[in-house]
Design a protein. Sequence first.
Lengths: 112, 112
Amino acid sequence: EPEVTQTPSHQVTQMGQEVILRCVPISNHLYFYWYRQILGQKVEFLVSFYNNEISEKSEIFDDQFSVERPDGSNFTLKIRSTKLEDSAMYFCASRTLSEKLFFGSGTQLSVL
Amino acid sequence: GESVGLHLPTLSVQEGDNSIINCAYSNSASDYFIWYKQESGKGPQFIIDIRSNMDKRQGQRVTVLLNKTVKHLSLQIAATQPGDSAVYFCAENINYGQNFVFGPGTRLSVLP
């Protein structure tokens, strides 16, 4: 079964540093997402991306965040200057228009 | 001291019994719903979905019930097994919109 893949599985960074989280969505999917989950809490929407542009974003997704689809397969989330409160599990997801959302296994980001 | 957000509602059931997990969704305009299972350290895994033109849908050992009148969704798991132990989230979507909104989650513990 096709799957969404994310790298790295764990990322440790110093506060103020930039991080890039990487995702390879399922190949025939058109909509791409980033969600995050702080330990023990619910999954929170960050941003959705379609046709090479952001289609929707949440209040969490401020100017420190950006997304990019640099080629035909990768989808990245960049945090320019990480804060302690950015520590969370970040999930990438993708889907076609009428299909369920498929999630990757996540990247655990720890900001020290 | 206590950590905010770690006190998920918990449902404990005996192995072999049926489980019912409930979810109250927020938006009366939501028309597509998904139940996800999340095991520790993993991404949400699709279980079953339902559209608002239905009130019941069955899968393998799982049934989803939708009551639009009271904005309530439930997941029934038949003959619960130890491998069913996980956190279960409902997610709602409006009119094929971009954003899936997740509920707070319920932890299911299966007792031997």
